[in-house]
Design a binder for this molecule. Sequence first.
Ligand code: DX5
Ligand code: ZN
Length: 219
Amino acid sequence: MQEIVPSLLSADFSKLEAEIRSAESAGATRLHLDVMDGHFVPNLTFGPIIIKAIRKLTQLHLETHLMIEHAEKYLDHFIDAGSDTVLVHVESSDNVVRDLAHIRNRGKKAGLVINPPTDFSALEPYFDYLDHLLVMTVNPGFGGQTMITEALQKVVKAQFYQQERNFLTQIDGGVNFDTVRIAAKSGVNLLVAGSAFFSNNNHEKAFRELTGQLNNQQL
Ligand code: DX5
Ligand code: ZN
């Protein structure tokens, strides 16, 4: 299974409902929500209040990507707001097992995120505790960056662990018409598309074409 996941970071927040409807009518089943605190990453976005509002607008699976320090303090806030998956960074958590277990104990999918400079070995202790592995293919903080294709190797390595466990892999950053095919060849399950989806004048066409490329990797 391979699927494009629109990231709201590049949406027009003055018409948030229309933007969400466009993701729904394009055929997306998930929305990616980027939470930034201005400390862990050099940018600020939104928090649980906005996610609660988004929850009221849609039944799409909401995956909340926490780019914040001390995520453990806020897990319940993001779960209560309506997140279906909550993702914490291996670089920011001081107790990854505790955080993943907390998310699972609340009945939600627990995700772990790894930045491009971090070695794959940092993930190895945690494969029994996660439902979702997010491999960053840009340094987090901003949409519209160029994909760091070397990071795709982490997806390939994770497949060894996926054989015996039930988790999804995802990449985040720089997925567009030029990169989607090479990215899909890694075997990744989910591909976040922020600017390639929301900055395109025709969201539905962009989604259709990106999805089409997933199915034509041999071309
Ligand atoms: C970057 C965010 C991404 C962002 C991707 O820090 O985590 O989810 O929305 O944007 P694009 O698809 O434009 O690279
Ligand atoms: Zn993200």
